[in-house]
Write a protein that binds this ligand. Structure first.
Ligand code: ADP
Length: 191
């Protein structure tokens, strides 16, 4: 399996770019944010639990998130590998992912971080909030909270994979096509 973590702050373009990577590399896209939104849309127990945290811009507890991710991977034994978008978001999740993949004789091949500065992110998310229907995108307080959670808990995931020599940075500013090409240029030599 080939597993790539698409990394970066909220609003950095992970979802958009993940779709492009899936097309080119034939991997499966798993977005934990999308999985939570699906559960919330169906008012499942998992969705109701997730909503308590997502509506405040906090992380959903690890035991819920890790189990959900592992189930999704286990449901697709035919997959050539995965593009992980929104996971892992802290060190506990990173360690759990490494253990989970290694039990399948697999691993994270690379983490690629989209670099976008904070003011640009706030602008993009407020703009997205006008059409996405996502409540967590329409309130600047919630957006700022997501960014501070990113800085405090998530940014260190880059260092964690950097110690394994697997972390790469790509500028997330520019046209969608330019950014896709930057990602292809990073990933192609790794495969
Ligand atoms: P964004 O990248 O814009 O923050 P996502 O769709 O990735 O949006 O995530 C939306 C929300 O879902 C997050 O703010 C968080 O509350 C929750 N979430 C997503 N992934 C995780 C995760 N790996 N761990 C904990 N919470 C998560």
């Amino acid at each position: 399996m080939v597993n790539i973590i698409l990394f970066g702050p909220p609003g950095s373009g992970k979802g958009t770019q993940a779709t492009r990577l899936v097309e080119k590399y034939g991997l499966m896209h798993i977005s934990t944010g999308d999985l939570f939104r699906y559960e919330m849309g169906n008012d499942t127990p998992l969705g109701l639990k997730a909503k308590e945290y997502i509506s405040k811009g906090e992380l959903v507890p690890d035991e819920v998130t890790i189990g959900m991710l592992e189930n999704k991977v286990n449901m697709h034994p035919e997959a050539k590998g995965f593009i992980l978008d929104g996971f892992p978001r802290n060190i506990v999740q990173s360690e759990a992912l490494d253990r989970f993949l290694s039990a399948k004789s697999s691993q994270v091949n690379a983490l690629i971080a989209l670099e976008v500065d904070e003011e640009e992110i706030v602008k993009r998310l407020l703009h997205r909030g006008k059409t996405s229907g996502r409540k967590d995108d329409s309130d600047e307080g919630i957006i700022r909270n997501r960014i501070s959670v990113y800085k405090e808990e998530t940014a260190v995931v880059f260092d964690y994979y950097s110690k394994q020599d697997k972390a790469y940075q790509v500028s997330g500013i520019g046209s969608i096509d330019d950014i896709t090409n930057r990602l292809f240029n990073q990933i192609d030599p790794l495969l």
